[in-house]
Design a protein around this ligand. Structure first.
Ligand code: FAD
Length: 500
C-alpha cells in the first residue's frame, strides 16, 4: 500500500506542529506473511501518546497501537498510517511481594514481569506461549494460557488500568466497578478504544520454580478431549499437540501434557528454584549447537515430508515413554517452549507463516476439528503444527473464548500456495460457523468481514459500537485488521451487524 493511501480521518484545525510525520518503517505481522509501511512513533509516557493522537488529528491520519508485535497477522499494523509502538513505556511502577499485586506500564513484557516477581514466590497468572508479548498487547487481545479452562483469561487478573482514549477526556483509571462497560470492552477491544498506559495485575503465588509435568499419548481428537475432560478438574495446566499430517486411522493423534504447581515444601530444592537464573533456558542444544542458529537446522524440515518425519518421531518418542513418567520442569521451559529456539519462525522464510486458531463449543469440538483436519489434508496443505487447548467463557465483550476447545494450526505460506491457503481458510471458517465457534483476532490474517460479523454476538457488537462512539468517535484508532473486518467506520459496521 502506498504511504498516502491512508485512511480518511477528519483533520482538526491547524495547530503549531510539535511532532512531525516521519519515521517511515516497514511493520510486519509476527508471522512475516503480511507487512506494510507506516510512520512509527515510540513514546515514553502518556503525554507522548497524547501528542501522537494530536499529530494524527492534525494530519488526518489514523493510529494503530502496537506492543511487542507478536500478533501473527495484521492486528498491530496500520499500513499508510501511524503506528504507535508502546515498547518504550516499559517501567515496573510498583510491586508488592506481600500481595502479588504489580503496577506496570503497557510495554512491560511477560519476560520482564516474571523476572521481577519470581524471586518473591509469584508467577504471572496467565501467559502466552512466548514471553515477548507486552502487558498492553495481552490486555487488548485478552490472551489465554494453557490454564484458560481453570483461571480464565488475562483480563480476569487485571485489577484496574489507566486508559487514554482519543476523545474521552484525559487519562482515567478504570475498574470493574467504576466503568464496567469500558473495563470489559477495552480488555479484548484489540486497541480500538484507547491506549492502556498503566495496568495493575494480580499475580499467582508459587512455592517452587518448577512444575510437575506428565505426558499422555492420545490416538484421535475424541481421545484427546476425553483425556482433557478426565484431567481438567485437578490439573493446573493442560496442552495438547496434534500431529496434523497423519491421516486415516491416525487422524488427530497427539500428546497431552499436564502440569501442576508444587505445594509448599514439595520441591526438594526449595527456594533455589525460584531464582531467575534457575529458569534460564540453555544457550546451546545438546551443549554444542548455538540456539540462535537452530532455525537453520529446522529449515530442511519445513516441508510436508520433513514435518511428517518430525511428527512421527515426536509421537513415537512420546508413545515409547512409559505412561507414568513424571518429571519436574521450570515454569519457563513449560510455558515458553516456543522461545527455546530463537527466531524459529525464520525456518518459514521467505513467505512466513499464518496461524489459524478456532474455538468450538465442547459438544461440537470433535467433529469440527476432525473435519478441519480432513479438509486441510485433502487440499494438500496440512498444518505443520497443531496445538490444542481447553477454554471457558469470560465476560469480555469481544473475547474469543468459549466453553470448549481450540485447535491452532500453523501453515507455511509460499508464493505458490498463498491464494490456495486463503481459500482453505474460508472453508475452515465455514466449519467453525456451522459448529457455533469463534475466532481470535490475535492470530488472524485471513478472516473476511461477513465471517467476523457472523461469529460475534449481536449484543456485544452493539455495546462495543457504543464504546467506540464514546471513546473514539472520529475513528482515529484503526489497524489493517480492523479495516479488513469492519471498514474504517467500525462503530457503524458493528451497529448495523448488531441490528440483525
Ligand atoms: C509464538 C507465539 C505464541 C503465542 N501464544 C499465545 C497463547 O498461548 N495464547 C494467546 O492468547 N496468544 C498467544 N499468542 C498471541 C499473542 O499473545 C497476542 O497476539 C498478543 O496480543 C501479543 O502481544 P503484543 O504485545 O506483541 O501485542 P501486539 O501484537 O503488538 O498487539 C496486539 C493488539 O494489542 C493492541 N495494543 C497493543 N498495545 C496496546 C495498548 N497499550 N493499549 C491498547 N491496545 C494495545 C494492538 O493494537 C493490537 O490490536 C502468541 C503469539 C506468538 C508469536
Amino acid at each position: 500500500m502506498d504511504m498516502h493511501e491512508s485512511v480518511a480521518v477528519p483533520r482538526s484545525a491547524p495547530q503549531p506542529a510539535g511532532l512531525r510525520l516521519k519515521h517511515i518503517e516497514r511493520v510486519e505481522g509476527w508471522g512475516m506473511a503480511v507487512g506494510g509501511l507506516s510512520h512509527v512513533f515510540r513514546p515514553t509516557d502518556a503525554e507522548g501518546v497524547r501528542a501522537v493522537f494530536d499529530l494524527a488529528r492534525r494530519e488526518g491520519r489514523s493510529v494503530g497501537l502496537r506492543g511487542g508485535g507478536n500478533s501473527y497477522g495484521d492486528a498491530a499494523m496500520n499500513t499508510g498510517g501511524i503506528v504507535l509502538d508502546l515498547t518504550r513505556m516499559d517501567r515496573v511502577l510498583a510491586w508488592d511481594p506481600a500481595t502479588g499485586v504489580i503496577d506496570v506500564e503497557p510495554g512491560v513484557t511477560i519476560e520482564r514481569l516474571w523476572k521481577t516477581i519470581i524471586g518473591d514466590g509469584w508467577w504471572p497468572a496467565v501467559v502466552s506461549g512466548t514471553m515477548f508479548t507486552t502487558m498492553g498487547g495481552c490486555a487488548a487481545m485478552n490472551i489465554h494460557g494453557k490454564n484458560n479452562y481453570k483461571v480464565g483469561t488475562f483480563g480476569d487478573h487485571v485489577v484496574e488500568f489507566d486508559f487514554l482514549a482519543p476523545d474521552d477526556g484525559g487519562v482515567r483509571t478504570v475498574t470493574r466497578e467504576n466503568d464496567p462497560d469500558l473495563f470489559h470492552g477495552a480488555i479484548s477491544g484489540f486497541g480500538m478504544l484507547g491506549c492502556f498506559t498503566r495496568l495493575r495485575l494480580q499475580t499467582k503465588r508459587v512455592y517452587s520454580g518448577r512444575l510437575r509435568v506428565e505426558a499422555f499419548d492420545t490416538h484421535s481428537v475424541g481421545e484427546m478431549i476425553e483425556s482433557f475432560e478426565e484431567r481438567a478438574p485437578d490439573a493446573d495446566y493442560l496442552v495438547g499437540w496434534i500431529d496434523c499430517i497423519k491421516g486415516g486411522r491416525g487422524l488427530g493423534r497427539g500428546i497431552v501434557h499436564r502440569a501442576n504447581y508444587l505445594a509448599p515444601g514439595e520441591d526438594p530444592d526449595g527456594d533455589l528454584t525460584l531464582a531467575v537464573a534457575a529458569q534460564g533456558l540453555p544457550d546451546k542444544i545438546l551443549g554444542l549447537f548455538p540456539k540462535s542458529l537452530m532455525h537453520l537446522l529446522l529449515r530442511p524440515f519445513c516441508n510436508n515430508l520433513g514435518v511428517r518425519l518430525i511428527n512421527a518421531a515426536k509421537f513415537h518418542a512420546g508413545v515409547l515413554h512409559p505412561r507414568s513418567v513424571v518429571y519436574l520442569q521450570s515454569h519457563t521451559a513449560f510455558a515458553f517452549l516456543l522461545d527455546y529456539v530463537p527466531n524459529w519462525k525464520f525456518a518459514y522464510k521467505p513467505g512466513g507463516l499464518i496461524q489459524y486458531q478456532s474455538f468450538i463449543p465442547k459438544e461440537a469440538a470433535e467433529s469440527a476439528f476432525e473435519e478441519q483436519l480432513r479438509i486441510a489434508q485433502g487440499a494438500g496443505l496440512p498444518p505443520y503444527l497443531g496445538v490444542f487447548k481447553k477454554h471457558r467463557p469470560d465476560p469480555f465483550l469481544l473475547t474469543h473464548a468459549v466453553d470448549g476447545y481450540s485447535l491452532a494450526f500453523d501453515f507455511r505460506v509460499t508464493r505458490r500456495n498463498r491464494a490456495q491457503l486463503w481459500h482453505l481458510a474460508e472453508e475452515l471458517d465455514r466449519v467453525v460457523l456451522d459448529h457455533g465457534g469463534r475466532f481470535y483476532f490475535a492470530k488472524d490474517a485471513t478472516l473476511r468481514p461477513d465471517v467476523a460479523r457472523a461469529f460475534l454476538p449481536a449484543e456485544n457488537m452493539r455495546k462495543f459500537a457504543a464504546l467506540k462512539r464514546r471513546c473514539d468517535p472520529h475513528n482515529l484508532l484503526q489497524t489493517d485488521l480492523s479495516r479488513r473486518l469492519f471498514g474504517s467506520d467500525l462503530a457503524a459496521t458493528m451497529e448495523s451487524a448488531g441490528a440483525r
